[in-house]
Design a protein around this ligand. Structure first.
Ligand code: ADE
Ligand code: ZN
Length: 356
């Protein structure tokens, strides 16, 4: 709940989410349930794995991106069959619906499953089932983005990209784009140029995490070498004024994750994020939840509220943020028109409430 009186407005806005890792929707209690069901041994030498509550307590104390990723990869080791992946994604879509999300473009990390002998088809089947249900029960449209892990050799990513099952998911449109995630430094974007060139040749959309912990030079590298149309996080863009201008002119969308940035110690508070500068300089951005189950169960609306509490934005500014998010989405033009119409209706409804 926001401290400000804009909570009802923020709830009602038709929101798009562009930066959410489905594996980051795994709550401690589901993690323990699936570990028991699938007979997965959790680390016995880490007291955090005593119970769901000790694990949640440990999640409150992340010291860095890599500290979080350590738990994130252990967590996903409990996901084994399609029903596990479906339940995971369904849990996310349920929260998303409650928060007024109308369109979600969600990441997944196939290499982290393939390395455990869980096939790509199993992962995809679970996610596709949840997406279909979210569409019919909640009216949420969604897209899948296949991420490559930058702490692994680029050759491993390219081999994954070329797998028949992965290729089939691209050509059928089940997966619309690729991303790059995991430990940011010291893995500059150019290491992954071959994968991105191949993705471009296949007509896929492209985004990459950059400027989360890593420098603004990684944002420039993602634009120059990977030819991305979006940047995930991008908060260190502020360090390079010429790049700020370029990102604004090229209408690159940044998918900013405010609560994640605070909990992973990229900034000390949401107020430290360059949100005001982005608005003033015409940099387009959306607000996102990243890994909500690892970040205090703060799903999308909590991130909107955190930004509102820190910056006190106007309704017009929020409407502009949502509009940029709709226009920067990788869905059909028809879906964008539907969401823009819904946005207009909500803004009009709240304007007349204000006038009354
Ligand atoms: N915030 C983040 N940064 C990089 N890789 C991630 N994988 C899941 N969440 C991530
Ligand atoms: Zn992320």
């Amino acid at each position: 709940m926001c401290r400000s009186d804009l909570h009802a407005f923020l709830q009602a806005l038709p929101k798009c989410e562009h930066h959410m890792h489905l594996e980051g929707a795994l709550t401690p209690s589901v993690l323990f349930q699936l570990a028991a069901k699938n007979k997965i041994q959790l680390p016995s030498d880490d007291p955090a794995f005593t119970s769901p509550s000790t694990l949640a307590e440990r999640y409150n104390q992340f010291t860095s991106l890599d500290d979080f990723l350590h738990y994130y990869y252990i967590g996903m080791s409990v996901l084994m069959d399609a029903s596990d992946f479906e339940a995971l994604a369904w849990d996310y879509f349920t929260h998303a619906s409650a928060d007024g999300v109308v369109h979600a473009e969600v990441f997944f990390d196939p290499q982290a499953h393939l390395s455990r002998d869980v096939s790509y088809d199993v992962v995809l089947a679970g996610f596709m089932a949840a997406r279909s249900r979210a569409n019919s029960e909640f009216g949420i449209s969604s897209e899948l983005i296949c991420c490559f892990l930058r702490h692994l050799p680029a050759a491993d990513g390219l081999a994954t990209f070329k797998l028949d099952a992965v290729h089939a998911s691209f050509s059928s449109g089940q997966v619309v784009g690729i991303g790059l995630d995991s430990s940011e430094s010291p893995f500059p974007p150019e290491l992954f140029k071959d994968i991105y060139d191949a993705a471009k040749a296949s007509g896929l959309k492209r985004t990459a995490h950059a400027g989360e912990e890593g420098p603004a030079a990684y944002i420039k590298g993602a634009l120059d070498d990977l030819d991305v149309s979006r940047i995930d996080h991008g908060i260190r863009l502020a360090e390079d004024p010429a790049l700020v201008k370029r990102v604004a002119e090229q209408q690159i969308l940044l998918s900013v994750c405010p609560i994640s940035n605070v909990l992973l110690r990229c900034v000390s508070s949401v107020a430290e994020l360059p949100i005001r500068m982005f608005l003033d300089q015409g940099v387009r951005f959306s607000i996102n939840s990243d890994d909500p189950a690892y970040f205090g169960n703060n799903y999308l609306l909590a991130n909107y509220c955190a930004v509102q509490d820190a910056f006190g934005l106007s309704k017009d500014e929020w409407s502009g943020i949502c509009e940029a998010g709709i226009n920067g989405s990788w869905c059909s033009e028809q879906r964008k028109e539907e969401m823009l119409a819904k946005l207009k209706a909500v803004v009009t409804q709240f304007r007349s409430k204000d006038a009354a």
